[in-house]
Design a protein around this ligand. Structure first.
Ligand code: GLP
Length: 264
């Protein structure tokens, strides 16, 4: 694991955008895995700016989102399709036919087959080159809640009480928060060639420490990321504040700067 601790949210977002820019400039038909939530918002703003300044082009890029609420349609202001359109896709030069997000308004009987198709579409796109990931307060990645199988694939899932509570800030009433979602599985996520994990702020500090330094357990789904061979953990001082090996990570970062190549 490559752990980079930055001063604040802005610096994390800038570093993340630099990593994406370098990748897309090297491989114009990159397949990106995208996340939602408040954490990647500043990264998306930065990508919009870079695209306007012609420092990056998304013309040949394909994207796959991790998840979508189930039970709302794509025009709902809290749907992840709406989030992606308003925060990124409508402001960059991407072909929106190349942006894939699970559909949240299918009949329950259609879901299993649709999820298989989603997985197949990822494979046909050559797999995900770089997956952006955040972490939920309970350690979930995408909507893989505690107890999810490490081999899980894209499927219909139920949200935990804590996630419903956490995400209620985006809805006028907690009763409006969907109870279900369609989510890439942990097995799907681990197949990404590279992962960029982002976390910021004091309220993520304890769960980040459990995920990065605790035992690998399905109770903390993000802990499985310890097994990924090419993952960059980009966190700010606050989110890093419960890490036991905080100073070790900084020491290694200095070594990385000295040698001039990423050390995973
Ligand atoms: C949602 C998403 C996750 C995201 C998490 C954290 O539950 N499904 O992909 O990582 O929220 O969100 P935030 O960045 O707002 O803390």
């Amino acid at each position: 694991m490559r752990v980079i601790i930055k001063k604040d949210y802005k610096e994390i977002s800038q570093e993340a955008s630099r990593i994406i820019k370098n990748l897309v400039n090297k491989k114009s038909d990159t397949t990106l895995g995208l996340a939602t939530g408040s954490t990647p918002l500043e990264l998306y703003k930065e990508l919009v700016r870079l695209n306007k300044d012609k420092e990056i082009s998304f013309c040949n890029v394909k994207t796959f989102n991790l998840d979508e609420y189930y039970g709302i349609n794509s025009s709902h202001p809290q749907s992840y399709r709406y989030y992606m359109k308003t925060n990124l896709f409508d402001h960059i030069d991407i072909n929106q036919n190349n942006t894939f997000i699970p559909k949240g308004d299918l009949n329950v009987k259609e879901v299993a087959q649709y999820c298989q198709l989603y997985e197949k579409t990822i494979i046909e796109a050559g797999g995900i080159d770089l997956q952006i990931l955040g972490i939920g307060g309970d350690g979930h990645i995408a909507f893989n809640e505690p107890g999810s199988s490490f081999k899980s694939r894209t499927r219909l899932v139920a949200l935990d009480k804590q996630t419903i509570q956490d995400n209620s800030r985006f809805f006028t009433d907690i009763k409006e928060v969907p109870r279900f979602a369609i989510s890439m599985g942990i097995g799907t996520i681990l197949e990404a060639k590279e992962i960029l994990f982002l976390a910021t702020g004091k309220n993520k500090a304890e769960i980040v420490a459990k995920a990065l330094e605790g035992p690998i357990t399905s109770i903390v789904p993000a802990s499985i990321l310890q097994l990924h061979p090419k993952i960059t953990i980009l966190i700010d001082h606050q989110a890093a504040s419960c890490l036991k090996r905080y100073s070790h990570y900084q020491f290694i970062q200095e070594a990385e700067q000295e040698i001039g190549t990423p050390l995973f």
